[in-house]
Ligand binder design. Structure first.
Ligand code: BGC
Length: 464
């Protein structure tokens, strides 16, 4: 039985609405990870941790501990509960985390609720792209999936603006608490959105799957789509478990994926995204002007994400990554040498600092930010994509955790200049890594990519 599909325009509107509502999960990911940068300036006094750089690092990175838990558990929960119900659950977790963090009477309670928020972030980092990819027709899937990274950067920017507007009142509790609004919108919006056809088919709810497909696909596509899902479903049942990740044939893809995910963090992006006002206030900026400069950084981050979305399929992934590594290395090296030679000052040096920070963010946002998330699903063979992506996403959160936790102590121990130079060194490593190991995936089929990565290590690969 085939459902009558909706006319073109209303189908498009429906798919875009579903993608935007779900991508509010990405917005919350960005907001909750970004809001700490401004909030930290005020909460460290209120909660008595202004001289404890380890505790400051822990408040910042507790969210990442939660994200590691959320990312690892998301795969099986998404299968058991369904994509829609898990997104609803993520909305609830985001809401509880926001209220709890806002009301925290002590640093211990705040750390606990930052972990809760992190579980929401980890869930969102997996479920949002999954829901969008599964609800979208193939011709708009790429564009709609990159909406996730765009919403992450918008979430970070909104957090910076909120931080700026509330900084005269030192209102760090409101900075955390306001996240309850998008969490509620995510929950209410998703309540009215359907489950994905992929999940419905794999749970034998074919009629409901057809009803959803009738709202997103053309009439003649519906049965093909159902068959395609059933075929993928059969293949995924044949898929092997986590143990396969130790086999030699998967190793090249695993090294590339993990390397990209880890280096995306080790180039130090979140020392700026999470800590820029702290860094800027050390450079002689007042609290409020540091946070305003941070808003500028957030705007650059959003705008340059559009550059990546437009060029990923033309310039190609590899060249973008290489260019990004050069841009980040140069801007960090200038910043590092400047701080070491002239010292930490405002005035002209302050302006050069802002320019370097903006150049660094632009280099990341146009390249490593979105490209890594685009490439992770491309480089893994279909039959190990789930566990392999889980490991890489976890690796991204784990290295984010290490860098964010270590940064305040690094600043205290090494100083601003040497810390920047260390990250510049990571920029050089990221360049060499991409040059030597990362294949160009632009315009290639997933099978071609798979074959290139497996050359010379096919001996224990299973037969197709
Ligand atoms: C990274 C995040 C980072 C964000 C900045 C993402 O691609 O994974 O760690 O905070 O970009 O826009």
């Amino acid at each position: 039985m085939s459902e009558a599909s909706a006319p073109d325009r209303s189908r498009k509107r429906f798919v875009y609405t579903a993608a935007v509502i779900c991508a509010l999960g990405g917005l919350l990911f960005g907001y909750d990870t970004g809001v700490i940068s401004g909030a930290l300036l005020f909460l460290k006094k209120d909660l008595g941790i202004q001289h404890n750089s380890f505790m400051q690092g822990l408040v910042t990175s507790a969210i990442l501990i939660g994200a590691m838990i959320g990312a690892l558990t998301c795969g099986s929960l998404a299968d058991r509960l369904g994509r829609r119900r898990l997104t609803l659950l993520a909305g609830v977790v985001f809401g509880i985390g926001a209220i709890g963090a806002a009301a925290s009477p002590s640093v211990g309670v705040l750390i606990f609720f930052r972990i809760v928020l992190g579980i929401g972030v980890g869930l969102a980092s997996v479920i949002v792209p999954m829901y969008i990819a599964e609800i979208s027709p193939a011709d708009v899937r790429g564009r709609l999936t990159s909406l996730n990274q765009l919403m992450i950067t918008i979430g970070i920017l909104v957090a910076y603006i909120v931080d700026y507007l509330l900084s005269p009142y030192a209102a760090w509790r409101w900075m955390f608490g306001l996240a309850v609004i998008p969490a509620a919108v995510l929950f209410i919006g998703m309540y009215f959105m359907p489950e994905t056809p992929r999940w419905l088919v794999s749970n034998n709810q074919l009629d409901r799957a057809r009803q959803v497909l009738a709202r997103t696909h053309r009439d003649e596509q519906i049965e093909d789509e159902i068959e395609g899902i059933q075929e993928a479903e059969r293949r995924s049942r044949e898929q092997v478990g986590w143990g396969v990740l130790l086999k030699a044939w998967i190793r090249p893809a695993l090294i590339v994926g993990l390397g990209l995910a880890i280096l995306q963090q080790f180039v130090g992006i979140n020392t700026i995204i999470y800590y820029a006002p702290t860094t800027l206030s050390k450079l002689g900026f007042g609290s409020s002007s540091s946070i305003l400069a941070q808003v500028g950084i957030g705007v650059v981050n959003v705008l340059f994400t559009f550059v990546a979305i437009r060029t990923l399929d033309t310039i190609g992934r590899k060249r973008l990554l290489l260019g990004g590594s050069v841009g980040m290395t140069v801007s960090l090296a200038v910043l590092g040498f400047l701080t070491l030679s002239v010292g930490i000052k405002g005035g002209t040096i302050g302006i050069i600092t802002i320019i370097c920070l903006a150049a660094y963010i632009a280099s990341f946002a146009a390249t490593w930010g979105p490209t890594v998330w685009v490439m992770l699903p491309e480089i893994y063979p279909l039959r190990v994509r789930g566990p392999a992506e889980g490991v890489a996403t976890w690796g991204n959160w784990a290295s984010n955790f290490v860098v964010s936790l270590a940064f305040p102590s690094m600043l205290a121990g090494l100083g601003q200049g040497s810390s920047m130079l260390m990250f510049a060194g990571m920029g050089v490593i990221s360049f060499l890594f991409v040059l030597a190991l990362v294949p160009e995936t632009k315009g290639k089929t997933l099978e071609q990519i798979e074959a290139e990565l497996n050359v010379g290590t096919q001996k224990d690969a299973p037969q197709q």
